[in-house]
Structures are given as structure tokens and as C-alpha cells.
Design a protein around this ligand. Sequence first.
Ligand code: ADP
Ligand code: MG
Length: 257
Amino acid sequence: MASQNGSILSMRNLHKIYETQDQPLLALRDITLDVRSGEFVTFVGPSGCGKSTLLNIIGGLLDRTSGDIWFKGQEQREPRREIGMMFQTAVLFDWRTVVDNVLLPVEILGMDREAYRSRALQLLDLTGLKGFEAAYPRQLSGGMQQRVSLSRVLVYDPEVLLLDEPFGALDEFTREAMNLELLHIWDTTKKTVVFVTHNINEAVFLSDRVVVMTPRPGQIAKVLDVKLPRPRTREAMKLPLFAEKVFEVRELLGVAH
Ligand code: ADP
Ligand code: MG
């Protein structure tokens, strides 16, 4: 059985149809993929190809129309503690300080707030927010707000991170810095990451495997291995292999170049 092959996540023939007012909309078609524990996998595809739909299904926030998903051999249909999600916009609460925003999942999960406080502070330090613990979201730039959001998904230590275009709203420089930070965290914590983006460079730079999707209905066009050395630094972008993979993804996506 698919669930017994040692993968942390197994997706089999996932389909998603949205029932809309006029006609049913096929958003995902036949998505089959296994994700290994500790792997960094990125889905890349054009806007509207079903990336968020897929991530929400994996996270248990949305039901599929047919097909199966297993998390460590258990059927996956509900949000669970072991799987954390981060979205494109930070969704922070204005009236909570930075550290209180980070501690939100701890409260929701009914865990001991005080016990996790030092971890929250550590993560804010790790994500470059030392000194801003008591600030409010409105006092932070977009990049800083995403750092808070990243700290928040890390605070309760989920094994799997589902990241939906987490740095999509950031400028190129901040995005690059966040990517490096994310890789550092991933290297040190050995989490499994399922990342979604429409940025081809970002997909190749971060990932062990890039899953290229077709336009709607989203199907898997191809899965590419990216065997760039780890830990990755900016230097990786100068390697011929980086350029080759970026080119290959562009070809598959039909991007003019
Ligand atoms: P992506 O994240 O790749 O941009 P989405 O998963 O958000 O794509 O959307 C895939 C397709 O499904 C789009 O055509 C979108 O309009 C449609 N869609 C998304 N959510 C809903 C919904 N709740 N009801 C109907 N259609 C939806
Ligand atoms: Mg989306």
C-alpha cells in the first residue's frame, strides 16, 4: 500500500472539482506524489493552476473530490498538529504583539504558553527579529511580518511545513534573504517542506525536487530532481546546473525567453 512505502506524505490520484454557480470547475487532476521525510519539495505553476487548492487539501483544510492522501500511513483529512501551514499574507493580529502572535498556535493547541515563550523568543532571534518582540504588526515591514509568520509556524515544531507562496509579496532582496533563512532552518531542524511558488528561480534554488504543474486543471507535468550541493548559498545560482534546471522548468511552463 502507498502508505507503507516510507514516505511521510503520499498522494494518490487526487482530483478536486469546485462546485460553482455555473459549471463545476476542475481544479486538480490526478495528482500522485510521494514526499520523503526531510525532503524539500516545491510545486511551481502559473497562477490559478491549483497550487493553493492542493496545499489546502494536504493540510486537511479542504476536502478532495476523489483520491487519497496519507500522512505517515494515516489517512489525512483534518488539520493536524504535525502539519503546519503558512500563507502568502502573514495574517497577523494587529492587537497582539509580535511574540503573542508567534504564541498563537501554542494557545490554540492548548499547550503551555509560558513553556513555549523562550522558544518563541529564540525563533524571533533566528529569523532576525530580535528587539521587535514587543512591537505590533503595523510597526513592521512586509518582510518582517512574514518572519513573524514563519516563527509562528515553527514554534510548535510541526514535522511538515506547508508554505503557500510565503514570500510572494516580498521584494527580490528580501525574498532571497528569507529563502536563505528558510534553508538554514530546514537544514538544522530536518523538517519536511512542501513549498508552493510561481517563481522559477526560487523553486530551483530551494528544492530537492521541483514539481512542475500544468495550467488549470493542475496536473503534474514533470518532477525534476535538483542535485545542487547542500547547504545552498547564493553561489549555487552561478552553477550551470542551476541555469539548466531553471531553463528546463521554463520550457515546461512554456514561459517565453
Ligand atoms: P493557485 O494557488 O495555483 O493560484 P488556486 O488553487 O487558488 O490556484 O485555484 C485553482 C482554481 O480553482 C482557480 O481557477 C480558482 O479560481 C479556482 N478556485 C479556487 N478556490 C475556489 C473556490 N472556493 N470555489 C471555486 N473555485 C475556486
Ligand atoms: Mg495560490
